[in-house]
Design a protein around this ligand. Structure first.
Ligand SMILES: C[S@@+](CC[C@H](N)C(=O)[O-])C[C@H]1O[C@@H](n2cnc3c(N)ncnc32)[C@H](O)[C@@H]1O
Length: 441
């Protein structure tokens, strides 16, 4: 009653929510109506439901927005961190090239050229006797005039050797001051061998190792160094973009064969004797040349060429073959098909041993054009194809006769055939291969 009827004085009361009725006497009535009943057409309990629902929806909306905002902020932060990381990574990689690999490579190039012009007479004498000239051995052996070290050489060769030694000194400084940039442990070892060789060469040139040539036979110049440094630069270049992803494609049944039988295939081919074919190939290829090993398989030839002082890049369509090739720490093999390569005219030679034989006549034409583009003018293309089809597994083989080869390589690409010869297969009795060397004009 106190909530609804408010006495104003002794005789007057105010009915706050209700309606006042009087019977004329002192009986005043206040009929009370609940305020909720008075709010338009919406019933009070409905209003409660609507309000609660609105509150829940509002809370839900706020929560969803907060979650969305949190996630988008986190994503942005993550992207920022990743971009920052990529930028730092790129910067670090660039530093490696700018501060170590680039200058080191330039010094090696300089030294290589000088060495090509050094001690030509002595080198030719050794060659005639079927021997290899070794500078360290030469410098430690006294000649008929009792001279040893740099004194044994003609003035012209003395100047060249002094320059080579000066370059070696600068290379040693680079190795010592920037060794931290070298990630590849095998390369550390190789550079250690190179440093030992440089130091011994200096001592020998100063005449301090007289008569010790036999003890120094194991101190040899590590010929892998140039190919190893070159590929380290390629690895850095390709890793500059850490978001780089290998192209994915489903392998055809030939490539699947190599993926699924990589171990057995490696056992059969890793030790194959390729010496006869190498000899023919290297008659045309300059020392230290850049070679592309196309369809390299387990990387037997990539490894051999790098060990012989060549700079080699490799590719293969089979992921398992790529991994095997890259087991050699100085290789740089990429997963690619012939149709995908895009190197520009950078190679002195292409080596495609028993790989183009898996391509049909349409694909081989594309492949030859791609390989031609990789060669510098005057560069050589070696490839081998099967002469007969002895299919014993799921791989596809194709025979391409001389007429087709002439049409693509001579008529269309204007290459010159410099050599063609037959060899038995180095892995089984019944296969015969036709080998070709073409020159880009
Ligand atoms: C018979 S093996 C030769 C491997 C190596 N060159 C040797 O002489 O030992 C053929 C190689 O060609 C590769 N290959 C097949 N089709 C290819 C393609 N379209 N592009 C690149 N490589 C391919 C295979 O994966 C395989 O490693």
């Amino acid at each position: 009653m106190a909530d609804y009827v408010k006495p104003l004085d002794e005789k007057t009361i105010e009915c706050v929510f209700g309606q006042v009725t009087s019977d004329g006497n002192s009986n005043v009535r206040c009929s009370i109506e609940s305020p909720s009943n008075k709010l338009g057409p919406i019933a009070s309990d409905q209003l409660v439901v609507i309000t609660s629902l609105a509150t829940v929806l509002l809370a839900l909306g706020t929560t969803l927005y907060t979650i969305w905002k949190y996630r988008s902020d986190s994503r942005m932060r993550l992207e920022q961190i990743q971009n920052e990381k990529a930028k730092n990574h790129k910067f670090e990689q660039l530093q490696k090239i700018e501060k170590f690999y680039g200058p080191f490579n330039a010094l090696r190039e300089e030294s290589f050229i000088l060495y090509e012009h050094f001690a030509l007479e002595e080198k030719s004498i050794q060659k005639k006797q079927g021997k290899k000239f070794r500078t360290l051995r030469f410098l430690t052996q006294k000649n008929e005039s009792g001279l040893v070290g740099i004194e044994k050489l003609k003035p012209y060769d003395q100047s060249i050797l002094s320059n080579i030694l000066e370059i070696s000194e600068r290379s040693l400084e680079l190795i010592e001051s920037h060794g931290g940039y070298i990630d590849n442990p095998a390369l550390h070892t190789l550079l250690g061998k190179l440093a030992a060789h440089f130091r011994m060469l200096k001592l020998a040139a100063d005449g301090k190792l007289e008569g010790l040539s036999e003890n120094l036979e194991d101190i040899v110049f590590p010929r892998e160094i140039d190919g190893a440094i070159d590929n380290e630069i390629h690895k850095i270049e390709s890793s500059k973009n850490i978001n780089n992803v290998q192209k994915k494609y489903s392998p055809n049944k030939t490539v699947r064969f190599y993926d699924e039988n990589s171990q057995q295939y490696a056992l059969r081919t890793r030790k194959a004797d390729m010496s006869g074919i190498y000899d023919e190939f290297f008659r045309f290829i300059p020392k230290g040349a850049r070679i592309l090993d196309a369809g390299c398989g387990v990387g037997r030839d990539t490894k051999y060429f790098i060990q012989e002082g060549y700079k080699v890049r490799s590719f293969d369509a089979s992921a398992a073959m790529v991994d095997m090739c890259n087991e050699y720490p100085f290789a740089f093999c990429e997963k690619m098909k012939f149709s995908e390569i895009q190197f520009g005219p950078t190679f002195d030679a292409v080596w495609a041993s028993a790989s183009l034989l898996h391509l049909n006549s349409f694909d081989i034409e594309i492949a030859f054009k791609k390989l031609w583009q990789c060669l510098i003018p005057g560069g050589y293309l070696y490839f081998s194809l099967k002469q007969n089809l002895n299919k014993s597994d799921t791989r596809e083989y194709y025979i391409h006769d001389e007429i087709i080869l002439k049409k693509i390589l001579v008529d269309d690409l204007e290459m010159e055939l410099v050599k063609a010869w037959e060899t038995p297969s180095s892995v089984n009795f019944y296969d015969k291969f036709e080998n070709y060397i073409y020159k880009k004009i």
